[in-house]
Design a protein around this ligand. Structure first.
Ligand SMILES: *Cc1c(COP(=O)(O)O)cnc(C)c1O
Length: 396
């Protein structure tokens, strides 16, 4: 049996006529840049995420870049972020001439450790306040500890840019007086940055992204920056770029958005089946550490989507051998991410190479993402678990 890490065919088959109709509509309109397709999608995504405004952008990377540009983050400014993410999170900081300050991750969530963030921010205040933004990532589809992070942001008066590329629709509980209030990714910081790269839970047929915010001034600024800072046309008060979302991508995303909650549910069902089978095989949580559902015990959690499972990531000590075993049996799996951001060769000299972030490094050495996409068959999930069981039966 073959089990790809990701297969987009099932969702394509389901939607082909509607996608082709959307495609033809935009083609015949001859309006290919921004326009009603993009603004319509912006409104829908903003509403879906619980924010007031959406700004369609050319990719998740460009959403992050435009956010930092709008915040005027530049040369020698510092941005507090995680060492364990896709490269874009750090890449946009470096492209602005700014430098990342890393906070190690919480091993249960793989996300920024808010306690450590607090002590770094306190030290920064003593050093003259060079940290200009906090950039947490909601990795794999589960939100970072936003209650603590946004409290720090308020205390230190620093904006939060959420890297929500993997977390559209993921909900997070703020607890007050013993009661939970749930917020969606992209509605908790100053802004949220989303990616529609095909492998994300909501993906287009190319590159695309979106920024959400409830700050009208900030939304306007990002809108201007995505179009060379022109306001009005041909008059430039600032330098922006071409970071526009294509009308064709927006039209296709609008079709797919109708299915997003259903796809989220299929991913959650697949995750539940993995948990069941790993437990039945006697593999969880030793040696196979399953992804933690951090907010599952909060009151009312069953009515909220606290993990959207963009990835289902296990941890195992024998990761590389297991990966080989699975790949040899045509089971797709991947390492997100094999090298931490603080270990990347492109880092400028000002960022010390002698820093260690133990939890991030341990994660990079032990994580493995298994197939979880909507449309994955039960027999395929069973086969994946069976093969992992065989691996350990053979001695690991
Ligand atoms: C995918 C991703 C991005 C970048 O999005 P693109 O649309 O590929 O530019 C940024 N951050 C994280 C965490 C991502 O997973």
């Amino acid at each position: 049996m073959k089990v790809p890490l990701l297969d987009l065919q099932p969702q394509l088959e389901q939607l082909r006529p509607r996608i082709l109709a959307a495609f033809t509509r935009v083609l015949d309109s001859t309006g290919y840049i921004l326009g009603p397709e993009v603004s319509g999608l912006e409104e829908r995504i903003a509403a879906y995420c619980g924010a007031s405004f959406g700004v369609g952008l050319s990719s998740g990377t460009d959403a992050l870049l435009a956010a930092l540009m709008a915040l005027d983050i530049g040369h020698d400014d510092l941005v507090l972020t995680t060492p364990y993410s896709f490269f874009a999170t750090m890449g946009v900081v470096l492209r602005q001439g700014a430098l990342p300050v890393f906070v190690d991750i919480d091993p249960d969530s793989f996300n920024m450790d808010a306690e450590q963030a607090a002590s770094i921010l306190a030290a920064d205040r003593k050093n003259g306040r060079k940290i200009k933004a906090i950039l947490p990532v909601h990795l794999y589809g589960q939100c970072a500890d936003m209650q603590k992070i946004t409290a720090l942001a308020a205390e230190f008066d620093i904006p939060v840019v959420e890297d929500a590329a993997q977390a559209i629709g993921a909900e997070y509980p703020y607890i007050q007086d013993g009661k939970a209030q749930w917020y969606r990714a992209g509605s908790m910081g100053l802004c949220g940055c989303f990616s529609f790269f095909p492998s994300k839970n909501l993906g287009c047929i190319g590159d695309g992204g979106m920024l959400t915010t409830s700050d009208e001034r900030f939304a306007g600024l990002v809108r201007s920056i995505r179009n060379h800072g022109a306001e009005p046309k041909y008059y430039h008060q600032r330098v922006g770029g071409n970071f526009r979302l294509d009308a064709i991508q927006a039209a296709i995303l609008a079709v797919k958005l109708d299915c997003l909650d259903h796809w989220h549910q299929q991913r959650a069902d697949n995750a539940a089946m993995y948990r069941q089978l790993f437990a039945a095989a006697g593999l969880s949580d030793d040696p196979v550490v399953l992804p933690k559902e951090l907010y599952a015990d909060v009151e009312g959690a069953q009515e909220h989507r606290h993990h959207i499972y963009n990835q289902f990531v296990i941890r195992v000590p024998e990761r590389d051998a297991l990966r080989q075993h699975l790949q040899a049996r045509q089971i797709g799996c991947e390492i997100y991410y094999p090298l931490c951001l603080h270990q990347q060769e492109c880092l400028p000299a000002q960022v010390s190479r002698n820093q260690h972030f133990n939890e991030a490094e341990k994660a990079a050495a032990s994580t493995l993402a298994l197939p979880i996409y909507p449309g994955l068959h039960k027999e395929q999930i069973a086969y994946v678990v069976e093969e992992i069981k065989n691996f350990y039966r053979q001695g690991g």
